[in-house]
Design a protein around this ligand. Structure first.
Ligand code: PGA
Length: 258
């Protein structure tokens, strides 16, 4: 498995000056943790500037969404070719907010996964069950659908450039309920077995990140779970003091050393 992954999606937060100040400070702070792979996913309007600032450094840059076509009459969309040209390394695809509020479906996400590969980006496919799926006991079915359709046609060689984020919808955002570590571990193990089923032995090397109300209090218990290969953090990473606290705790617990 590659280095422990640590990243944040800013969603629609931060002004441009805030984005620049955060990025410049983060560049310095991460130097203490060369053993981790960091990534940030800012709003698309900031990508060009932040790509320049992150060039050759330790932090990968990601985009929150993109279209699967290179160009066309798609008002408001972002081409994967533009992201590639601007130095974006990671394409976050299928965050639950996009699935819920913008009707993103697994078939379109599969097109986006392939577009990311075509444009030399790592697809970071987000999967997760809703509170209702969990209540009905169809978490496994939901995840299997999201993985089997979302990753349809991906070959084992491509799978070495793929990241998965497990983000239970009920655990995300200010109204989310933090998930228990035991639950997270069980679901990550289930996702691993689905990836093995889909990609054979290559499925063992696909990093599975956990996201959803990760904070300084629960970060260690989540990060030590088997098959948790990284953390994908929202609110707690938008504030650099909190993110540093998370890093210190992970470091003290020996999680970052692999
Ligand atoms: P949160 O967001 O950490 O603020 O719950 C997680 C996410 O949406 O990826």
């Amino acid at each position: 498995m590659e280095r422990f992954l640590l990243g944040t999606n800013w969603k629609m937060h931060k002004t441009f000056p805030e984005a620049v100040a955060y990025t410049e400070r983060l560049k310095i702070l991460v130097q203490q943790y060369p053993q981790c792979q960091f990534f940030i996913i800012p709003p698309s309007l900031y990508l060009r500037e932040l790509a320049e600032r992150l060039k050759g450094g330790q932090i990968l840059l990601g985009a929150q969404n993109m279209h699967w076509r290179e160009e066309g009459d798609y008002t408001g969309e972002i081409s994967p070719a533009w992201l590639e040209a601007c130095g974006v390394a990671v394409a976050e695809l299928g965050h639950s907010e996009r699935r819920q509020a913008y009707n993103e479906n697994d078939v379109d996400l599969n097109r986006k996964v392939h577009a990311a590969f075509r444009h030399n980006m790592i697809p970071l496919l987000c999967v997760g069950e809703s509170a209702q799926d969990k209540e009905y006991g169809v978490t496994a079915e939901k995840l299997r659908m999201q993985l089997k359709i979302g990753l349809f046609g991906v070959n084992p060689e491509q799978s070495s450039r793929l990241w998965i984020a497990y983000e239970p919808v009920w655990a995300i955002g200010p109204s989310g309920i933090p998930a228990e570590a035991a639950y997270v571990q069980a679901v990550h193990q289930m996702i691993r077995s689905m990836l093995l089923e889909q990609f054979g032995e290559s499925g063992r090397r696909i990093p599975i990140l956990y996201g959803g109300s990760v904070n300084p209090e629960n970060c260690v218990s989540l990060a030590v779970c088997s098959e948790v290969n990284g953390l994908f953090i929202g609110r707690s990473a938008w504030d650099l003091e909190k993110w540093m606290l998370i890093l210190e705790r992970l470091h003290m617990a020996g999680v970052l050393e692999g």
